[in-house]
Design a protein around this ligand. Structure first.
Ligand SMILES: Cc1cc2nc3c(=O)[nH]c(=O)nc-3n(C[C@H](O)[C@H](O)[C@H](O)COP(=O)(O)OP(=O)(O)OC[C@H]3O[C@@H](n4cnc5c(N)ncnc54)[C@H](O)[C@@H]3O)c2cc1C
Length: 509
């Protein structure tokens, strides 16, 4: 078959995106390479930035990654009994190609799959429950939602098709100076419209009913983003894609990818919190002036500072997430951009579920549903309730039924009270609570997403979270920022913000 007739996705799957045309972006410029780069934050965004910066700038540059907490950030595990469990970011879409690439590069296997089963709870009873049989599920969905489910799937596919274009652009070394330009390059005006209207508006305009939105779409946005169908249409599509089959996770815990990337990039981990960044101008040998960034930080041994040629901020610049002061910049850079992060409390309970909480008469010994989603009703105090498997699946593991004591994960907007726990569980022997400022609180229309470029050589990776927050989005943004930093350093403006790339590159495949 002529490769030009193959859809882009198929080519990406065949691995052509690995072998592509990076020479375009890596052509040496006249200017010498930077000597020192700082990355602030060691979540998946910061560690993948270190990985891609090393790829772009080569072995000679020193890369320091600042992190006051645990490597992984919002990818974290807790230990219950003999096993570790994910408490933050947990599942990865089968088409998240950067995450897949990291796994291959680092030689980390995927977690063994344990088949899952979903149900929907309206705060009083289960309104939908998957069966073990495909045909039964098909008929139940058809009976309850008609063809809306299938149409939703087709809509998400059409968004995904455009989304996948970014991998080709990045493989050819193209980068974008703003979130809007990046989204526009992927999906044209339609992606900018998605960003600025609610998922509800988007789907209603396509003929989906309010009942379908309430009973099927809202439970998915609630489990994935703790928010209603009034999130933006782009993150809504990402959320619905997360309801597709084939989701995967990392054997041993998703945060392993972050430590693997740090190691692979030969970066130095500085266990310290960055407090301020200022711009310093120094005379250079050539008689002109050069500017550096002074990064001030506080670690266990007190405060210190270092100078860098390039700095990448890989933590959200929002209230409650980080508190970095920027001084000497004109125009000024704020410590916090407008908009807040949404709280999701992740409570892991090792206990016995109270089946009557779900308003079902099913026998607990027969109940093997793993993911209980909730509708957006005043009776739903939780966003979801799931039976959790350990991050490493032992040989012969079978998910126990609800009649046995096991680990459950509850997502809720507020911490669970003792009464609420007593409603949900007959008994428990441990409860572990993590309060996350988990993802942006999406309230379209979004007036202005924060910039990728804060100053000449100072970049901000988490700007893209305002389109959608996910591990892959941080990795995509990391690659974009690394390419942007490289092209701007070498003044390769032809690789930035190119219009019409989709049409131009079609002939290249
Ligand atoms: C409960 C929950 C469930 C989720 N589920 C999924 C999912 O299933 N799939 C998915 O793809 N995504 C999921 N996500 C989203 C995903 O986890 C995030 O989008 C992603 O991990 C963000 O990574 P990041 O590196 O950009 O930011 P972070 O992980 O937040 O990393 C930022 C790092 O910067 C550090 N830092 C902060 N301030 C400073 C400072 N001043 N100096 C130095 N370092 C600093 C922080 O300690 C942190 O480690 C979930 C998130 C949560 C919370």
């Amino acid at each position: 078959m002529n490769p030009r007739t193959l859809p882009l996705r198929a080519l990406l799957f065949l691995g052509l995106w690995h072998t592509g045309r990076r020479s375009l972006a890596s052509a040496p410029g006249l200017q010498e390479q930077p000597k020192r780069i700082a990355v602030v934050g060691a979540g998946i965004g910061g560690t993948s930035a270190a990985f891609y910066l090393r790829q772009e700038f080569g072995a000679g540059v020193k890369i320091d990654v600042f992190e006051p907490g645990a490597v992984g950030g919002r990818l974290a595990t807790v230990k219950i009994g003999d096993y570790e469990y994910e408490t933050g970011g947990s599942v990865i879409h089968p088409l998240n190609l950067h995450m897949k690439h990291f796994m291959e590069k680092l030689g980390i296997p995927q977690r063994k799959d344990v088949p899952s089963k979903m149900a929907i709870f309206d705060g009083k009873e289960l309104t939908f429950e998957e069966s073990d049989w495909f045909i039964v599920n098909f008929l139940r969905i058809l009976w309850q939602f008609g063809f809306s489910f299938l149409r939703m799937h087709m809509w998400v596919e059409s968004v995904m098709d455009k989304f996948m274009r970014i991998y080709q652009y990045q493989q050819y070394g193209y980068s974008f100076s703003s979130v809007d330009r990046l989204l526009h390059a992927m999906g044209g005006d339609s992606f900018l419209i998605l960003l600025n209207q609610t998922l509800e508006e988007t789907m209603m305009s396509q003929g989906f009913s309010q009942i379908f939105l309430n009973n099927m779409v809202a439970p998915i946005t609630r489990v994935n983003y703790g928010q209603s169908v009034r999130i933006n249409g782009f993150v809504g599509a990402v959320s619905l894609a997360g309801a597709a089959p084939g989701l995967w996770a990392v054997d041993g815990g998703n945060k392993r990818v972050c430590s693997g990337l740090l190691y692979n990039s030969k970066s130095e981990l500085v266990p310290a919190r960055v407090t301020s960044i200022s711009v310093k101008v120094r005379p250079s040998k050539a008689g002109t002036t050069t500017s550096f960034y002074e990064v001030n930080y506080v670690g266990e041994s007190g405060s210190a500072h270092s100078l860098y040629d390039i700095v990448v901020i890989a933590t959200p610049l929002h209230q409650g997430k980080s508190d970095i002061t920027f001084s000497g910049f004109s125009p000024p850079i704020p410590s916090h951009y407008p908009g807040r992060y949404h709280q999701t409390v992740s409570t892991l309970v090792h206990g016995m579920l109270n089946m009557s909480y779900l308003g079902t008469t099913e026998q607990a010994s027969e109940f093997t549903v793993s993911d209980i989603l909730t509708t957006d009703s005043k009776d739903s105090v939780i966003n979801s309730l799931g039976s959790l498997d350990p991050v490493h699946i032992p040989e012969g593991y079978k998910r126990p039924p609800a009649s046995q004591t096991k680990v459950w994960k509850v997502f809720s907007p507020q911490p669970l009270s003792q009464e609420q726990l007593q409603d949900m569980f007959l008994s428990w022997d441990s409860v572990s609570e993590t309060r996350w400022l988990a993802y942006p609180s999406y309230r379209p229309p979004h007036r202005k997403t924060p910039p990728f470029i804060l100053h000449n050589r100072l970049y901000y990776l988490n700007a893209l979270e305002w389109a959608a927050s996910a591990m892959e989005m941080s990795a995509l943004s990391a690659r974009n920022v690394a390419l942007l930093a490289h092209h701007r350093w070498h003044q390769q403006v032809g690789n930035i913000d190119q219009e019409d790339l989709h049409t131009r590159l079609r002939g290249e495949l």
